[in-house]
Design a protein around this ligand. Structure first.
Ligand code: ZN
Length: 180
């Protein structure tokens, strides 16, 4: 089993900007803990960030403009700034696989298991999990490293991820224990 950590949409617009979300802010320390261990253990860290084309992307019909490529809103939050050797992918759809070379990268890294972190649990995390499942990756979701609008939606989304994609729902410190 070779693992990679995927960090989804931990960018300013989803934490402090247009979609400001205190709950998203609260998962930063757990993600940070995971990334520190991943870096120490040479586990690949891959960021997948919304980087929408202004006025073009179909998502804007649903959500309005957000995370426009090149803006502050599309930048990774300060606390989780990538380190040397991390991978940063730009996406224009919910799924981190859509229109990116994530699958190719994971295959080159010989990764078969994904630890999914970031926001939003029931949107971009869930759609990334769907594509990961279709492509045959195993999925681990530390529940303290993903967030959404409220507790009820969070519970429902985690239940869905477990039931439909066989995701292992755990916590950051449990993963870190296994790594160390
Ligand atoms: Zn978006």
């Amino acid at each position: 089993m070779k693992t990679a950590v995927i960090v989804i949409d931990m960018i300013n617009d989803f934490v402090a900007g247009i979609f400001k979300n205190e709950r998203a802010k609260n998962i930063i320390p757990s993600i940070k803990q995971l990334l520190n261990f991943a870096h120490n253990d040479k586990i690949p860290v891959i960021y997948a960030n919304d980087a929408h084309l202004p006025n073009v992307d179909t998502e804007f019909d649903v959500w309005g403009q957000h995370a426009v490529v090149g803006t502050w809103g599309a930048q990774i939050v300060e606390e989780l700034r990538p380190e040397r050797g991390d991978f940063v992918l730009q996406k224009r759809r919910y799924s981190a696989f859509q229109g990116t070379d994530l699958d190719q990268l994971l295959r080159e890294l010989k990764v078969d298991t994904l630890v999914l972190t970031g926001v939003i649990t029931d949107i971009c995390v869930q759609h990334t999990a769907a594509d990961a499942f279709f492509k045959g990756y195993k999925i681990i979701v530390p529940e303290d490293c993903v967030e959404t609008a409220n507790e009820q939606t969070q519970k429902a989304a985690l239940g869905y991820l477990k039931r439909v994609y066989g995701s292992k729902i755990t916590r950051a410190n449990e993963i870190v224990k296994k790594w160390s």
